[in-house]
Design a protein around this ligand. Sequence first.
Ligand code: 7RM
Length: 649
Amino acid sequence: MTDAHAIDSLGWERRTFVPSDAFRSNALVSDHSLYDEASQDSTAFWAKQARELISWSKEWHTASEWNLPFAKWFVGGELNVSYNCLDRHVLAGRGDKVAFHFEGEPGDTRTVTYAQLLDETQRFANVLKGLGVVKGDRVNIYMPMIPEAAIAMLACARIGAAHSVVFGGFSAISLTDRINDAEAKVLITADGGWRRGEIFPLKHTADEALLGTSTITDVVVVRRGGNEITMHDGRDHWYHELMAQADPVCPPEPMDSEQLLFLLYTSGTTGKPKGIMHTSGGYLTQAAFTHKYVFDLHADTDVYWCTADVGWITGHTYIVYGPLANGATQVMYEGVPNFPGNDRMWQIVEKYGVTLFYTAPTAIRTFMKWGDHEPAKHDLSSLRLLGSVGEPINPEAWMWYHEHIGGSTCPIVDTWWQTETGAIMISPLPGVTTTKPGSATFGLPGIGTELVDESGEHVERGGGYLTLTQPWPAMLRGIWGDPDRYRETYWSRFPGRYFAGDGAKLDDDGYLWLLGRVDDVMNVSGHRISTTEVESALVSHPSVCEAAVVGALDATTGQAIIAYVTLRGGFEGDEQALRNHVAVEIGSIAKPKAIYFTPDLPKTRSGKIMRRLLRDVAEGRNLGDTSTLADASVVNELQRRAAEAPAED
Ligand code: 7RM
């Protein structure tokens, strides 16, 4: 083993799934033409996509300008993002097409057509203008999952104000920090939203947040929860009152291709949240391209449902900008997947005839835990494609998704990307790519990926660091207010390339397998073991639903593997059996030293497992920052048990 060794590669999943003839014969792409074109000249490839998928009011003069690490795309071009998402569909006679089938958690529904969405967006753009918002200002959005969240975003885009959406589950202090960093002028929120049968009081939290800010002049409040709130005279306004008086016409003003479209804050593991900057022309091009081709969107017939919240990048790109730019019809759901029952998602799929379904591995593993009988209660035969995003999907979770949701016929697109990349980077093309459960397969056309070792040397096979070798249209343009941190965070580890922070491995066929964050890689007696591989080995045992492993300091081996395991319903935890199972699956070096059974794992609010906290627990440390944790009681319980029964030798 050399010093340049990045990550060992242990297990190999060998099952393969070829796109069916039925799917291929109807797919937008069923050959390698897009890959071939892009490999000839990727800039020309993206320029072609920008011309085909986006309407420009002024043509650009230079497709791409690259001053590492600062990129510009479609330089000199002008467009209006909201025009692309709304007006052009209405002008083409598709005003009556449904944009959103909205399903509230309590069961109330609303159908919003493209014409209605355009009408509300124009009015709200005028409302914002009336409050003094001008091009270049920042507007904060703190909303439940209701159509007004999309309307608020599109209205900002229409007038050239950048939005900064803060997920509705974040605390007052998180909102304060983000408002202050962006120096936002206006806050758009709601009285409350529905979650697990109860109202979460957004306006109340916003009021608390605003005690610590000085830039917000006005607050617009959508009535959703009907809960009692306090309106501050002069500052707070009801959305419906302002809208009733708003001018219905707000022409889409052309914006520079590099006009700031939004900031989206990522918490990261250290330091204050980073305001990731995304601009207009390049972002919309890649959002529309990936949404169309990765999901094989047939806009006239498909019903698309992405279960993310608009507060995350997945909601920005694959609920708002990508699907609307493509004129898709989608489902928007406000609430949790287990209200009123564990089959709510499948009931919605059946009700609206959803054809394309995009969710996260954490959700899939939860559905597995709830049992096969929940999806079996519903007719899911409308589904024709499934997607996954957010974490590595363990092969067993992939297989479960394939069989129990996809009826063993739907292709699965495992899509790797980040807030920073803006849009999907690595994914199968469903009519082209033979998939392997757990592999995100290949970089999309026009995307340059390369695995490198510790010293930046090319890795041909096995584990390494995932880097991106060339600029892409939807890439972040920087960190708001901190260009040095931008360069340092993403462009300094391997000079000349973007390093995403993720490890991956390449198999003999050149397939990419994401292995999790490199900060989480465990070092056991000099072996660099990825969390993903051990977790996938555990999840491949019939008793296991979900697993998280961490490397905890160990006097003999440097680090020892500690596993936290959630069992499937009806199974008893057998530590020895699981340790042996891991040894058989990937080798005895990867055997966990201790296994703790737990009904739940600590996750971020967007559903990613927080291994850092588990490491703190395993090493008996006080917990660091827990503010991004979705449910703090989970770690408290694990910590209590760790204190009572220290890991045995
Ligand atoms: C879209 C999103 C980004 C991080 C990323 C990875 C992990 C996302 C996958 C994945 C394996 C995937 N944005 N990640 N997708 N890992 N396979 N298909 O999640 O900024 O919130 O997170 O998520 O570690 O770096 S994000």
